[in-house]
Ligand binder design. Sequence first.
Ligand code: PEP
Ligand code: CO
Length: 392
Amino acid sequence: MESTITSQRDHQPDWPVESEVSRARAELSRATPLVPASDIRRLTARLAQPAFLLHAGDCAETFRDNTRPSVANRVSLLRDMSAAVELQSGHSVVTVGRIAGQYAKPRSAPTERHAGLTLPSYLGDAVNEVEFSDEKRTPDPRNLVRAYEESRKTLSYLERSGVFTSHEALLLDYERPQTRRSAIDGRLYDQSAHLLWIGERTRSVPGPHIAFAAEIANPIAVKIGPSATPADLVALHVVLNPDNIPGRLAFIFRMGYERAYDLVYAMLSRVVAEGWVDRVVCDPMHGNTVASPAGVKTRVVHEIEAELRAFFGACSDLGVTPGGVHLELSGDDVSECVTTQISDTYLSRNYRTACDPRLNPIQASYLAQVAGELLAAHRDISSQTVLAMSNR
Ligand code: PEP
Ligand code: CO
């Protein structure tokens, strides 16, 4: 991976000095692994079981908010949500945080313009800083090493919490050096997190992100948006899970609530027809981002709920097990998503996200409750189907 990287090519930053990024990669390749391969294998084993996945956390973690109380708030919210889904549905839940490494963001545009000044977009704390100045927005490869150190700190706060970690595998300069061969099974593990996902903008086959994901033995998730076709799903399955191993691959659908039922139905039909064991998960947030009258990014909880219901509906109609939910949330009382009405007054109360609008604890708990109820209803439908079939 020594090629010169230009802006936006495969969403890799335009690092100004190549020797500095080489140094950062060398430092990461010598660093102590963040997570043991045995824990990665443990997550694969959990995901191979028919447990429900709660996959949630920040859109973009920040170094500034990487404090013990902030991490504790997020983790206790995740645990409460998992407990609520378990209680409602009677299914066990595997909890995976977008945490301890979610420091890189793909952006729709490589630059941003404010008051006559054009600067590189914010690409996550592993690359540059949110503050809109030439100095802060210039990608600095030392942030890769800092992201590792901050992740290590988060992991120390997470000890004994029972939460697995994940982030978007976007920056290959961060992921590749942390990929090591296990002496136990001879396979490669990206030891920067338990689960890695590939985002909607970098899931092309062939492309460097999918090629990287194919090489590693971690559980992999791939975001699937409205532009994807069932043929894209086939290409991803063939590259990422050719042996159809349970626990290896998850598709995370993020379609937008209006078209979610039809689009998810078409995708799931293919999953069923091909006989794949891949997990299917609903991200009801990334297809439902809108702008307020003042131009602030927000999401409407009712629309998020509508996509969640559409996903469960498509699963029920096809007899597919709903595999999980993927959410962006904060453990703090932020005002970034609205319940029904978009109000700039409400949004301005405590809008703090470094990237996408997150659910606050009340909104997130509500959606966990809805997911639990839908899962319980799905189980009733499935057991009726089994009963009806066995009575035939
Ligand atoms: C995200 O999960 O923050 C994200 C950028 O999602 P997507 O790739 O689905 O757009
Ligand atoms: Co996001």
